[in-house]
Structure formats: structure tokens, C-alpha cells
Design a protein. Structure first.
Length: 495
């Protein structure tokens, strides 16, 4: 604890964002470059080095948060990087993309603004790359065992890196033409520029991990054939089966899933396309769904220069403060949060129908109507109560030339044939069945990440990858020294 009074004398100061009018015109990350390092040591001083650091329990990775806070406050960046990477393979990803449940579990957050744990994390990660503190770590010897990892999202990459470093020969199979899963084509560039991803993949290549892109297991290569080639297989395909909206007019042209829209925008940023065929430019856009994917669509549509953008959230607007009865500390509370995309929409007034930040809360879609050519032109909605029952006389109509459905995901997509060809068991909700050791009903085949857990946060995805790697290592060798931060049935802390 570098400054015993830091939490009393230093106010919270977050990494400042660039002005809305500037950042909404480009696809660069929203934060001011170079503005974090001058403030981060004093922010780390606010950590109280608690006797029982609940931030550890709130983070499934078990990050050693008070330790690296103390090291950052003393500006010992190398040691801080070592402690950070001891529990997290990809802190530059989580420091940008995770909603920071560690901060809601911070003891200081009981009655003050929490320590800026997420900002400290990303500062350490970026400094580690700049200073050469994250070199490749190839194994000293090979085990002679082979593992196939299906999927190159955070779970698949974490599992592959851990198993490669343990000495196994690992090949990652990715159905898309580039690696990264949703981090590549789902997460917009303004949330995480892709050079962070490329840098980590090159580190993994140098360690010995092999990558096979444009290869859909089950279609381009038979699932049984792949299983026969390797000593073990890890399925980390994610939960990509999107949920539908079954209302009249769904068949109209111009209504798309969020994960049809976002990848095309990312491909424009990659240089594959000059203009997205689903561009929101000049269109009235309505996003159905109030989660992070919907916010990603919002920020993307703002940069597409849509005529208007409105986001519908079926839940009532939460309060600004934690409800101690329903969401007591240190659980992750349902509070009003203003993402960068919502800030942009509010400043630019993209949604005349909404009060401030482009969101309409407690709103449920009734139907869509279109023009004579079968193209969507309007969305009809109604306000709902806490039980999602329509409130009389609250019907409204919004102009809608482009509707994006961001309703979440139910489990792995079965279109490629992987699940059926292997005969994998499924839970009632559509996720893959597995036992306490991450093993499926097929010998030698393991399941991890959203494909088995269901839609979750990036920290849970990486924790799953690290844990399944330990399980596979134990299966191949009889024991394992790899860390297993979570079990397959662990869940976030709730009341």
C-alpha cells in the first residue's frame, strides 16, 4: 500500500475520452491517446490493499489486483506486468472490453467511487508491450501430444496459449478469414483497435501455436476426421446462434441481426469493403435490444452518419445508485451506465424520440410495417411494466429504414454440422453439455466458453480458456500445473 491515505486524498479520475465531435468522425479508439499514464500512478494509490480484497472474487480470473496496483503506484512496471500476466493472458483485451465487475466488488465502492482497476490494467498491458515485458514464451520441450482448438475468440486463444506453453502441439481452427472471433468482427474498432489482437496472435505464433483460418469444422473438414487427427479437441466456438424476434413484419427487407451488421462494418475498417452493403448512412435506424451489442450497433450507426438512431430496451431505466436490497455490494448492480456510444448519441441528438442518450426504456416491439416494395419503414412499439405487460394507450411509431436485432445468443450455431457430426449433448437452453472436468459426452472432446457456459463476459471467456487448458493437460498427461481459475458450474456472484 504505497499511500495509506490515497483513497481519502485522491478523487477518482478516469481515462478521458476524446471529444464526441472528433471521435464520431473516425473509427479510432474513443480515449485520448497518452492521457492515461500521467494519472494512473495516483489512481493506483487509491487501492486500500484490503484484508479481504473482494475485487478478486468479483473477477473470475482471480487477478492479483492489489498487488499490481501497489506496483504501479511505485512505477515498477515490469513487476506489475508479471503479476498481471500471471492470471490473465490478454489484459489489453479485458482492459478495453470488460465492464469491470472487479470495480463493483472494490471495497472502496461501498461508499465511494471505486478504484479505476480497469484503467490500471490496460495501462500495465500497454506499457508491457511498449517496454518489451511481454515476450513470447515457447515451451522448453514438447510433450508429443496434439490438441485442436475450434474457435479463435478469447476462450480458444487462451486455451491454445496455455496448452502451447505447456508443451503440447496446438492448432487453432477458425471459420472466418481472420483470427479473433467476435473480437475481430463483432467488437467495433472504436472499442478496440485490431492491432492489439494482431500483436497477441503474433506472440502466439512465435510460441508455436498453429492457426488454420477459413476452415469451418463440420463443413470444410469433417468433425470426426479432425477428432481422429488429434489427441484432444477443445470446442470454443462461442454462442453464435442469435435470438429472433417473432413479431408481424419480421420478414420485411431491412431488418437484420446485429451480427450481420457489425461484421460488415469491421470489414470496411479492415479494407475489405469500401462501403458496407448494410450501411446506416442517411437511414432511420432502430436497434432492438438494450445490451452491449446494441450499444456497439449504436456507435457504428453514428459513425455511418445515420439520419437517426434509437435503441429500445425492454427493461425500465435503472437508477443512478445501487439498490442495496436487490443488488447489495459486492454484486454487479443494475445501474444507469453511459457508454461511449450513448454519450455520442446524446451529444449529437441522434434520437429525437428518446429523452437523452438514444435509448427508449421499457419499450417492446409490437410489429413492423413496410412500403409497397416490402422494405421496412416503421416500427410500432408499446411501453411495458415490470412484468413486460403492455401499458394501455402508450403505443408509438418510429420511422425505421434499418432495424437491427440485438437480442443475445442462445448457444453454438449448428449450421456447420460440428455438433451433430460428433453427437455432442446439448442442454435445454442450447449450450453444450459437459461434466465437472469440462469434458463432453464424446471422449477426448472438451467444451469451453460461451458455447458451453452461454453468453458471458470476456473475463469469463478467458477464465474458461485457462481452466479448460488445465483439464486437457491433465487428460493428456495425468496431472497439470496449469492454473484453473474457475469450474464449469461457477457463476458470477449474485444475491
Amino acid at each position: 500500500m504505497a499511500d495509506p491515505k490515497g483513497f481519502m486524498t485522491t478523487p477518482r479520475q478516469d481515462w478521458p475520452r476524446r471529444p464526441v465531435e472528433e471521435r464520431a468522425r473516425d473509427w479510432d479508439e474513443v480515449y485520448v491517446p497518452g492521457a492515461l499514464l500521467p494519472i494512473i500512478s495516483k489512481q493506483a494509490d487509491r487501492c486500500m490493499d484490503c484484508g479481504i480484497p473482494f475485487c478478486h472474487d468479483a473477477c473470475p480470473l482471480g487477478n492479483l489486483i492489489p498487488e499490481w496496483n501497489d506496483l504501479v503506484s511505485r512505477e515498477d512496471w515490469r513487476a506489475a506486468a508479471d503479476r498481471l500476466h500471471a492470471t490473465n493472458n490478454f489484459p489489453e483485451f479485458t482492459g478495453r472490453l470488460c465492464p469491470a465487475p472487479c470495480e463493483t466488488g472494490c471495497v472502496l465502492a461501498i461508499n465511494q467511487p471505486a478504484v479505476t482497476i480497469k484503467n490500471v490494467e490496460v495501462a500495465i498491458a500497454d506499457r508491457a508491450w511498449e517496454s518489451g515485458f511481454a515476450p513470447p514464451r515457447p515451451p522448453e520441450r514438447l510433450s508429443g501430444r496434439t490438441v485442436a482448438v475450434i474457435g479463435s475468440g478469447p476462450t480458444g486463444l487462451a486455451a491454445a496459449q496455455q496448452l502451447t506453453r505447456a508443451g503440447h502441439t496446438v492448432a487453432v481452427y477458425e471459420k472466418d478469414d481472420r483470427l479473433g472471433g467476435l473480437m475481430r468482427y463483432g467488437i467495433p474498432r472504436f472499442k478496440m483497435e485490431k492491432h492489439h489482437l494482431e500483436r497477441r496472435i503474433e506472440q502466439m505464433r512465435a510460441e508455436g501455436t498453429k492457426f488454420r483460418t477459413s476452415t469451418a469444422v463440420g463443413r470444410d473438414i469433417g468433425a470426426a476426421e479432425l477428432r481422429a487427427r488429434y489427441d484432444a479437441v477443445v470446442i470454443a466456438t462461442g454462442a453464435t446462434a442469435w435470438r429472433e424476434l417473432d413479431v408481424p413484419g419480421r420478414e420485411l427487407v431491412g431488418i437484420h441481426q446485429a451480427m450481420e451488421y457489425l461484421p460488415l462494418a469491421n470489414r470496411v475498417c479492415e479494407g475489405d469493403l469500401e462501403v458496407s452493403p448494410m450501411s446506416a448512412a442517411g437511414k432511420h435506424v432502430v436497434i432492438v435490444g438494450g445490451g452491449d451489442t446494441g450499444a456497439d450497433c449504436l456507435g457504428t450507426a453514428v459513425r455511418d452518419e445515420a439520419a437517426s438512431v434509437t435503441q429500445l430496451d425492454i427493461y425500465a431505466q435503472p437508477g443512478a445508485e445501487r439498490d442495496e436490497d436487490t443488488d447489495p455490494w459486492p454484486t454487479y448492480p443494475k445501474v444507469y451506465r453511459l457508454s461511449a456510444a450513448h454519450e455520442e448519441a446524446g451529444v449529437l441528438r441522434t434520437a429525437p424520440a428518446a429523452d437523452a442518450d438514444a435509448r427508449l426504456f421499457a419499450a417492446s416491439t409490437l410489429r413492423f410495417t413496410g412500403d409497397a416494395d416490402g422494405h421496412v419503414r416503421s416500427l410500432h412499439l408499446v411501453e411495458v411494466d415490470a412484468r413486460r405487460r403492455p401499458v394501455p394507450d402508450t403505443g408509438r411509431t418510429l420511422p425505421a429504414d434499418l432495424v437491427l436485432l440485438a437480442l443475445g445468443f442462445s448457444g453454438p450455431d449448428r449450421a456447420d454440422g460440428l455438433v451433430d457430426q460428433l453427437g455432442l449433448g446439448l442442454e435445454p437452453r442450447g449450450t453444450l453439455t459437459r461434466d465437472a472436468g469440462f469434458a463432453t459426452n464424446v471422449p477426448g472432446v472438451f467444451a469451453a466458453g460461451d458455447a458451453a457456459r452461454g453468453q458471458s463476459l470476456i473475463v469469463w471467456a478467458i477464465a474458461e480458456g485457462r481452466a479448460v487448458a488445465a483439464a486437457v493437460d491433465r487428460h493428456l498427461t495425468g496431472s497439470s500445473r496449469l492454473p484453473a481459475p474457475i469450474g464449469p458450474y461457477d457463476r458470477p456472484m449474485v444475491v
